[in-house]
Design a protein around this ligand. Structure first.
Ligand code: OOG
Ligand code: MG
Length: 249
């Protein structure tokens, strides 16, 4: 990895730890280099004692693409540091300008083999909440910029796991802040069907060397736009899948 990419990793890693935003990248880097930076940041986090526990997709719905102005599917990595228990508290002072969005979460029963269909490796599904917190000023970024920044991943919470059984193709999704619905959508907005997000992840994981191992959580990407996370209670609800709640404080 070149010195320039190491410097970008340093900058973004520090921005996350200090909850202080940085300017957008001055010179554009390639998408492949951006994934290199993301890996470097994750290596630093693992060296600090965090564990890799999953992956997340971004921009799998038109609502998110339109909100953020990015139209390619991206992947980020989740560590145990980012997990908030259902009904747990998200510490706002550790974050820059957090936003929150509803997610469909999948769980891998076992490691995805090279010739295996990822869908056959999933044993459970749940409603999730993702807290995104771009390390860039004003939450504005380019495609390589957001990939380098681990796709704005900051925290997430997962509701009770359900067996993967019922059709997930068109379930109503709701995001409520302090009891008021602020976003509504349907799981069909996620690439037509949330299982398509898993199918989109598989080649990207191979291309960018992201491990897909047993027990991992996969966030399929938000079906609706995100909402600002401030002090208060946020619930995501997906009909038939249940709900998950976090409190911002
Ligand atoms: C990037 C992350 C996108 C999603 O669900 O689409 C994402 C961002 O919006 O800052 O997590
Ligand atoms: Mg998301």
């Amino acid at each position: 990895m070149t010195r320039k990419l190491c410097e970008v990793a340093d900058l973004l890693d520090m921005a996350q730890q200090q909850a202080a935003p940085v300017r957008q990248l001055p010179d554009e880097i390639s998408v492949a280099d951006a994934y290199e930076v993301q890996h470097q940041i994750i290596r630093r986090r693992l060296a600090r004692g965090e564990r890799l526990i999953g992956a997340k997709l971004g921009f799998t719905s038109k609502a998110k693409m339109a909100q953020m102005g990015v139209t390619s599917i991206i992947v980020g990595q989740l560590t145990d540091y980012m997990e908030i228990a259902n009904a747990g508290t998200v510490r706002l002072s550790n974050l820059i300008h957090p936003r929150i969005e509803p997610e469909v979460a999948f769980r891998l029963a076992h490691t995805v083999g090279p010739d295996e269909d990822i869908v056959s490796c999933v044993d459970a599904v749940a409603t999730g909440l993702e807290i995104i917190d771009s390390r860039y000023l004003n939450f504005r970024f380019s495609l390589p910029g957001v990939i380098a920044d681990n796709t704005s991943a900051a925290a997430f919470s997962i509701g009770p796991w359900q067996p993967l059984g019922a059709d997930l193709g068109d379930l109503p999704v709701e995001l409520c802040v302090d009891g008021v619905a602020v976003e509504r959508g349907t799981t069909s907005s996620i690439l037509g069907h949330p299982l398509e997000a898993l199918r989109a992840l598989q080649p990207l994981a191979v291309q960018y060397a992201l491990p897909l191992t047993g027990g991992q959580v996969i966030l399929a990407g938000a079906a609706t736009a995100s909402a600002p996370l401030t002090a208060g209670v946020v619930t995501a609800r997906i009909e038939g899948l249940g709900s998950v709640t976090v409190r911002g404080a």
